[in-house]
Write a new protein. Structure first.
Length: 579
């Protein structure tokens, strides 16, 4: 296949995966079905591998497809499917547009020695901890999960804000194509790590291409080891190569060593830039398992290369295996060095502009009353004047329905935040240290922010790692993720001698009911065996700062008793003549 076709195909596939994967984390209209979401995440390496360990079946074999593809063609996964890798390519590509003279930045991709100690150490630590049952380093370094944290925590709020601003503009003209998206206030601490990693990944891609993939990413390092034995590998043809350095200066992986005429295929991400830029077929895919099947270059091509004027090229390769440094490089030209400094300033300016824009968008949204979803508690006709004094005594954090137990959840969740983005009531929120240090950023049920819809199983259908396992609606209705606790000394019925009953009204399983109290008032009573831990009672409770009724998480999920449905007495009407 011609190099141009290979590159165009790679670009089309990569843009498709980047677009649809990004949309997974910002889709507020539930446009994508659960089956489509599972199809997209099926091919992601780490989620598929973790799911293979936690579950079984065809839906867990995506990682095996990636391994087979790597054994055949090298690390094409990194340039076509991995969203974080494609994001780096887009960032690197965009950087060309704000550079005064592209030629002055070309040598940023010149050959660099591999950082083997760092990348193999990170891979080893990640593999060993994962083998002992911890996903902590996968949580921090898995490219899909890292991409999810960035888009769910940083991009999604901006996307929602822009949608709401657009809706306001359309409303002003009497158009209702767009509608407001109700959001919830987020805490800042879980966003610090994704923000820092976004700056690191984008910054490295602007300056050094795929340096992050080849030094930090454990998936890239593992696939690099496998690609060492790939059937098809990109290699330099000594007969046709004129050492013009075009391939090296366009290699975003910085893996083409012209001094030794070698390519470090463990770092090659299969972008095909080198093959596309070479006009004399000096670099090409070669079948290393069956060399006899390789197509030999024609005599005409060889003759053309031999007759080529060497003066048209930059010269021989520089020292330490680097491509010859152009005369306009920062090392030789003060103007180019100034341009390089300008590029760095532009990068810092861009990051600053992003966060200023994020803050400004948030202010605009708050000004329009869109920062937080309308609170159903505002409709309560209960006046609370006394602050509560008894803290909530919660023993365990609450994991989502289908997560089986805290141990299973903490051992399988890589904190990709897909469930957080998909949750229709926004009760799932990224944690900071609620699940412990090793469970940092794993989603939690925040019943102060919202409640778990009794008839919703979205998170159980889309979890890519199996940390949240599928549940039917009937199973969800009886899955007890926590139990209700009642502190009557905080209840407004007792402290202020006023009527309430909001908790009982909103309980879907009759685990909270009102019983006679005094002065004609009723007070809550709990039936723990019927509680499923949905949090509706805690969310609706009007007392502050501590709730009078709250949910304490179950360390292991159990089955709740079905609610008792009382049959109403119904008298058959007498059949009279209708006129």
């Amino acid at each position: 296949m011609r190099p141009k076709i290979l590159k165009i195909s790679r670009v089309i596939v990569s843009l498709f995966f980047l677009t649809i994967t990004a949309f997974l984390f910002v889709d507020f209209a539930e446009t994508l079905s659960a089956s489509l979401i599972n199809g997209v995440t099926w091919i992601q390496f780490v989620p598929s591998l973790v799911k293979f360990i936690t579950l079984t079946g065809f839906l867990t074999l995506g990682f095996l497809v990636v391994i087979i593809a790597t054994l055949l063609f090298g690390r094409i996964y990194c340039s076509t499917v991995c969203p974080l890798g494609i994001l780096q390519d887009v960032s690197s590509r965009i950087s060309r547009f704000y550079t005064e003279k592209i030629r002055r930045r070309r040598n940023r991709y010149r050959f660099a020695e591999p950082q083997n100690l760092l990348r193999y150490s990170l891979l080893g630590i990640t593999a060993v901890t994962f083998a002992f049952g911890s996903v902590f380093f996968l949580n921090l370094l898995d490219p899909f999960s890292l991409f999810g944290k960035m888009f769910s925590g940083l991009v999604r709020p901006v996307y929602y804000a822009l949608n709401n601003i657009t809706a306001d503009i359309f409303y002003a003209f009497g158009l209702y194509t767009f509608y407001h998206v109700e959001t919830r206030q987020m805490t800042i601490l879980p966003l610090i790590y994704p923000a820092l990693m976004l700056m690191l990944v984008v910054g490295l891609s602007l300056m050094r291409g795929r340096l992050y993939c080849n030094t930090v990413c454990p998936v890239g390092t593992l696939l690099g080891i496998i690609s060492r034995y790939a059937m098809y590998r990109i290699e330099i043809n000594d007969e046709l190569c004129t050492r013009c350095a075009d391939c090296s200066l366009n290699c975003k992986a910085q893996c083409i060593d012209l001094k030794n005429n070698e390519i470090d295929f463990t770092r090659c991400v299969g972008c095909f830039n080198c093959m596309d830029i070479c006009s004399r077929q000096g670099i090409d895919y070669q079948n290393k398992w069956f060399p006899s099947r390789n197509k030999a270059p024609s005599e005409a091509v060889i003759r053309e290369v031999c007759d080529a004027d060497d003066a048209d090229y930059a010269g021989d390769a520089g020292d330490a295996g680097n491509a010859a440094i152009p005369e306009t490089s920062p090392e030789k030209d003060p103007a180019a060095r100034a341009s390089s400094d300008s590029g760095r300033r532009s990068f810092l300016f861009g990051l600053t502009s992003y966060f200023i824009g994020f803050s400004a968008a948030s202010r605009v949204v708050r000004a329009n009353g869109l920062q937080q979803e309308p609170d159903i508690r505002d409709d309560l006709d209960v006046e609370v004047t006394k602050p509560t004094t008894i803290p909530e005594d919660k023993q365990f954090p609450i994991s989502p329905p289908g997560s089986v137990s805290l141990e299973h959840y903490n051992d399988a969740c890589t904190a990709c935040q897909l469930c957080v983005s998909a949750c229709p009531t926004r009760v799932l929120q990224p944690s900071f240290l609620e699940h412990g240090f090793t469970g940092m950023m794993q989603p939690r049920m925040d019943f102060h922010a919202s409640f778990c819809n009794f008839d919703c199983v979205v998170c159980t259908e889309i979890c890519p790692t199996g940390a949240i396992q599928p549940l039917t609606m009937a199973e969800k209705h009886l899955t007890q993720i926590g139990v209700v606790r009642l502190e009557l000394d905080n209840c407004v019925v007792k402290t202020e001698n006023t009527a309430c009953g909001a908790c009982a009204e909103h309980c879907p399983t009759q685990a909270v009911r009102m019983v006679p109290y005094q002065d004609g008032l009723t007070i809550p009573e709990i039936l723990v065996e019927h509680c499923v831990g949905c949090g509706a009672c805690e969310y609706i409770c009007p007392t502050r700062p501590y709730r009078a009724i709250y949910i304490d998480g179950n360390e292991v999920h159990v089955k709740a008793e079905p609610p008792v449905i009382e049959e109403l007495d119904y008298e058959e009407p007498e059949e009279d003549f209708p006129f």
